[in-house]
Design a protein around this ligand. Structure first.
Ligand code: FES
Length: 237
């Protein structure tokens, strides 16, 4: 086990863990919007900054992509850390002034009206949707597009992504809830990507439960599962 301290408290970590995950597992409160333990850290939102002392050097750094190392000292609430977090929150609030999770952070950190031009984009470019689609679902239906202030996430050429299976994993991990999923008996639509797919009905209870395309995809990538498994809804399996 690796031993180090967080705010003076000794903690233990396993090889390969990052500082943020260890801190969260031990009950420390570090804000984070672009981190999910199932995905590769990306360091996009900069909210998880902490001060880390290693040897004689102390620096402000993002904790989600900093490895747990023997003997380091992590400080989660120094003046420098709070100042840096407030700046990040102010920038996020300027970009996405109507997003509840960001408004809550602004209130918690006493960040008032941003000094920057206000936008109205609910997407904060955290990249969680792109990573879950690529790393977990494995279809790469969406990616980062453009540069600078035009940077966004979307399907190639910004049109209905033909590889999107409509699983909704992107919506599930989105911290700002900007990816909406609409569903009825016949079809499911991932609104932000403009993807609509027909739904399959359970052969036992008759209830619509997932898009045909998603179930076909799962059937192809899984082994050892009887083919009729994907014909039944989770309740009837
Ligand atoms: Fe670490 Fe976003 S959670 S940079």
């Amino acid at each position: 086990m690796i031993k180090f301290t967080i705010d003076g408290v000794e903690v233990e970590a396993e090889e390969g863990q990052n500082v943020l995950q260890v801190a969260l597992d031990n009950g420390f409160d570090i804000p984070h919007l672009c981190y999910h333990e199932a995905l590769e850290p990306y360091g996009a939102c900069r909210l998880c900054q902490v001060e880390i002392t290693k040897g004689n050097r102390t620096r402000l750094t993002t904790s989600c992509n900093y490895p747990a190392l023997e003997g380091i000292q992590v400080q989660t609430r120094t003046e420098k850390v709070i100042k840096a977090r407030k700046m990040v929150i102010e920038l996020l609030l300027a970009r996405s002034p109507n997003v509840p999770v960001i408004k809550d952070l602004a209130e918690e950190y006493s960040v008032g009206t941003p000094r920057f031009t206000l936008g109205d984009d609910d997407c904060i470019l955290c990249g969680l949707c792109e990573r879950v689609c690529r790393e977990i679902v494995g279809v790469e239906a969406i990616s980062f597009l453009g540069r600078g202030s035009d940077r966004k996430v979307g399907p190639p050429l910004e049109i209905n992504p033909q590889t999107c299976i409509g699983c909704g994993a992107c919506a599930y991990v989105c911290p700002t809830d900007c990816i909406k999923v609409e569903e009825n008996e016949n079809e499911r639509t991932i609104v932000r990507w403009g993807r609509t797919l027909p739904m399959k009905k359970c052969k036992v209870c008759g209830r619509s439960f997932a898009p045909w395309f998603q179930l076909d995809y799962f059937g192809k990538i899984t082994e050892g599962i009887p083919s009729d498994f994907w014909d039944k809804c989770p309740d009837c399996r």
